[in-house]
Design a protein around this ligand. Structure first.
Ligand SMILES: Cc1cc2nc3c(=O)[nH]c(=O)nc-3n(C[C@H](O)[C@H](O)[C@H](O)COP(=O)(O)O)c2cc1C
Length: 366
């Protein structure tokens, strides 16, 4: 299986080039432990945790796996972003992932501590910027991917970014099979990253009522993009709540956003000063993004309703379109093993075909 040893497995210290991405309320210690034991590389999602919870989840993973070969995902606009930076360094974690990135000084701190920076990007200009800011590797997420997502499909974005950057590239958005892993490796990626497939696993903390929605959807077009949650492109399974939110008046949406902001402030212990500082900073630097900032707490609060409270009709169901192609839950270990075995078979077949005399190869191609 030498083609399954890549820059990803070498740099991240895992057996297989398969990454479990961060998902708020979903990618908890148990999911990361399952991924690590299965030979993949997992990211703990810290954007929906406070500092004490993040610390406790990190320690749980280290205790269960005896390894620090996992990553931490956070956003720089979290109030405790500085704590996340400190914790990744203090615990000597292998990597961090993020969307909108930390500044150059923070990236340098990670580099000095040997923590790899692996941002996720949805467009080529963001990939170039991330590399300029010091990214060690890049995860591209094609538009078919779950949660916040761009508009360029993986099949277009991956080759574009591979041609444009000189760091290893991980392919995300729409992956769930060994065929996908084989095609990404053949294109030049160092591995794949998956969110939705791991959400639909036995280790996922997602309540059964919510998982049922993910298992039931069979039409990829029902897993669509909306701007209604926080003004950004957000891919999710259509449900009664999202249809209602999209039809609501401007005032109705503002009230929902304010309710979410209040609930998030209570849960995270966010100070009024931080809230005000964030709003003033946006007003100064990017006034057109003000409504988006007010709506930002919709995401964690509405996600919590489905992912923690088990109320799939009262919250949102972020998902990649690939959920429509997945009809069963499996353990992380089985998911990774089946993907690796299928990729190995596909790549071995290609290799064999390339060794056959011309003519025979095309006859055996299937
Ligand atoms: C339920 C859900 C929650 C997510 N939350 C986060 C998050 O907190 N941080 C993040 O960087 N990406 C988040 N994402 C995006 C995933 O990490 C990942 O990039 C995406 O799911 C990949 O596409 P796929 O679903 O087709 O595998 C989320 C995705 C889903 C489905």
């Amino acid at each position: 299986m030498s083609w399954l040893e890549t820059e990803l497995t070498r740099r991240l210290g895992c057996r297989y080039p398969v990454v479990q991405t961060a998902m708020g309320w979903v990618a908890d210690a148990n999911l990361v432990i399952g991924t690590t034991r299965g030979g993949g590389f997992g990211f703990l999602a810290a954007a929906t945790l406070n500092t004490a919870q993040t610390r406790s989840e990190i320690e749980k993973i280290i205790a269960a796996t005896g390894s620090r070969n996992f990553g931490l995902n956070f956003h720089m606009f979290q109030e405790n972003a500085a704590d996340c930076v400190d914790m990744a360094i203090e615990y000597g974690l292998k990597a961090v992932s993020y969307g909108r990135g930390p500044d150059a000084a923070t990236v340098q701190r990670f580099k000095d501590a040997g923590v790899l920076c692996i941002p996720t990007v949805g467009a080529i200009k963001h990939a170039l910027k991330a590399v300029q800011m010091g990214a060690d590797m890049i995860t591209i997420q094609g538009g078919e991917g779950g949660g916040h997502t761009g508009g360029v499909p993986s099949s277009i974005l991956l080759p574009q970014v591979l041609d444009a950057v000189n760091v290893p590239v991980i392919a995300a958005g729409g992956f769930s099979t060994g065929r996908g892993l084989a095609s990404a490796l053949a294109a030049g990626a160092c591995g794949i990253a998956m969110g939705t497939r791991f959400l639909m696993s036995q280790e996922s903390p997602t309540p059964a009522q919510t998982l049922e929605r993910y298992l039931k959807v069979t039409d990829p077009q029902q897993i669509r993009v909306t701007l209604a949650v926080d003004g950004m492109r957000h891919r999710m399974i259509e449900n009664a709540f999202i249809n209602r939110l999209e039809k609501a008046s401007g005032l109705g949406r503002l009230l929902i956003a304010l309710r979410s902001a209040w609930s998030w402030k209570q849960q995270t212990g966010m100070s009024s000063a931080h809230m005000l500082r964030t709003l003033l900073q946006v007003l100064k630097e990017e006034p057109e993004a003000l409504s988006q900032t007010i709506m930002a707490s919709n995401q964690p609060v509405l996600l919590q309703k489905s992912m923690q409270d088990g109320l799939p009709d009262e919250g949102i169901l972020p998902s990649g379109q690939v959920a429509a192609a997945i009809d069963a839950l499996a353990s992380c270990e089985t998911i990774i093993r089946e993907i690796v075995e299928q990729a190995d078979a596909r790549l071995a077949d290609l290799y064999q075909r390339s060794a056959q005399p011309r003519g025979q190869a095309s006859r055996s191609a299937s």
